[in-house]
Ligand binder design. Structure first.
Ligand SMILES: Nc1ncnc2c1ncn2[C@@H]1O[C@H](COP(=O)(O)OP(=O)(O)O)[C@@H](O)[C@H]1O
Ligand SMILES: Cc1ncc(C[n+]2csc(CCOP(=O)(O)OP(=O)(O)O)c2C)c(N)n1
Ligand SMILES: [Mg+2]
Length: 344
């Protein structure tokens, strides 16, 4: 069976199965001119949207439909996580090239639905169109957060300790493997590949952090540490000091960098698509929040520096040298030539 056989409406009917998994608060799911749901009085509604475009965000022949669907939802959930929220409803819009097999699309929806089920999220609607060449997926997610606990980018304060929920730079190394067509022939290369293909949305972690007193600001790392921390300091009229040796880099990335003669710090600062959360915590609460986080999730949050009032990001090296760090992460319209080159 192909898309031609079932047409637009047959496709929608097919992928609708399994989209509606939680009936609470929902008046209308897929099947009308708009979805309808009620909201709770004591919650603020969050809405976010992100688009994945073939050849810009992924290469179709290097990712399964399932993994692409998973990632398309994960990157949106990451934005809800960065606001401290709970994700509730998702909307999936897709532009499909004629030659894209129906099986690939069904697999893509399996990926979306599988991650949605993990977080009890309904798919309440979307849009389906044809595309002349590339596959494009746009997902929007509706979430909610108690008003007093919402985490913004603009509320970091000088003296706050900056934390990351995990290692940075792995995703960039995974992308490098894909672009170079390097076979992931070892456990560490497989882990880097997976970090790029299947990023984990830190939703429960973001909700937990937002609920703790003293967590002032947060953002997720989609473009790269230097760029995303740059958003926090610009929006907060502040600065930042990072300690090079404290930036968490996985053993896998270290081995990769030894093998391919690359600098892990560059990957961590400019890589992007890590989807770790960066948060800033007041110094008097930092230790207790970090301790409680470790107790709850069995994983540490990593202190990587502090917020200053300098208006820039400085990087301090173990020998005391200090370097000013410009945003070096992903920018859709400013891609440095080095980004287009392969490691080897
Ligand atoms: N084309 C657009 N029209 C309106 N708002 C946009 C557009 N693109 C991005 N934005 C908004 O700009 C802000 C920054 O976007 P972005 O850098 O994509 O954030 P994120 O990394 O969280 O996805 C967000 O508030 C987003 O909704
Ligand atoms: C084929 C391919 N080339 C390059 C990249 C790298 N890349 C594409 S977009 C991006 C940044 C994140 O995407 P964006 O659309 O900026 O997400 P947002 O910041 O809006 O969440 C990166 C690192 C990739 N994932 N795949
Ligand atoms: Mg975005």
């Amino acid at each position: 069976m192909t898309l031609k056989d079932i047409g637009e409406f047959g496709f929608i009917e097919k992928i609708s199965r399994g989209c509606f998994i939680r009936s609470q608060n929902i008046l209308k799911a897929i099947g009308d001119d708009a979805a309808a749901f009620t909201t709770k009085a004591d919650e603020v509604i969050l809405i976010t949207t992100d688009m994945l475009v073939e050849r810009v965000h992924f290469l179709r022949n290097t990712t399964s439909g399932f993994n692409l669907g998973y990632k398309s939802l994960a990157v949106n959930l990451s934005d809800i996580a960065a606001m401290g929220g709970t994700a509730k409803e998702a909307f999936v819009s897709i532009a499909i090239p004629e030659a894209c097999p129906l099986e690939y699309l069904e697999d893509l929806y399996r990926g979306i639905k599988s991650l949605a089920a993990e977080f009890d999220i309904n798919i309440l609607g979307g849009d389906t169109t044809g595309s002349k060449t590339d596959l494009i997926i746009n997902i929007s997610v509706v979430g909610a957060v108690p008003e007093k606990e919402i985490l913004y980018r603009h509320t970091a304060q000088p003296g706050d300790i900056i934390f990351s929920t995990g290692c940075l730079g792995d995703s960039r190394a995974g992308l490098q493997l894909i672009l170079n067509k390097t076979v992931a022939d070892s456990e560490e290369l497989k882990a880097l590949f997976n970090a790029h293909i299947l990023p984990w949305p830190y939703l429960e972690e973001g909700r937990f952090l937002a609920h703790q007193g003293g967590v002032h600001a947060a953002i997720d790392v989609s473009d790269g540490l230097s760029s995303d921390l740059g958003h926090i300091i610009r929006e907060s009229n502040a600065g930042a000091r990072l300690y090079a040796e404290k930036i968490p880099v996985s053993k896998n990335l270290q081995k990769f960098c030894t093998r391919f003669d690359a600098d892990p710090l560059e990957y961590a600062l400019g890589g992007g698509e890590d989807y770790m959360l960066l948060c800033t915590i007041s110094p008097d609460k930092a230790d207790s929040v970090a301790r409680d986080y470790l107790k709850k999730f069995g994983q540490p949050i990593y202190p990587i520096g502090e917020i200053t009032d300098s208006g820039e990001t400085e990087l301090v090296f173990p020998d005391g040298r200090i370097k000013s760090v410009a945003p070096s992460g992903w920018n859709h319209f400013k891609i440095p030539a080095s980004r287009l080159l392969f490691v080897h």
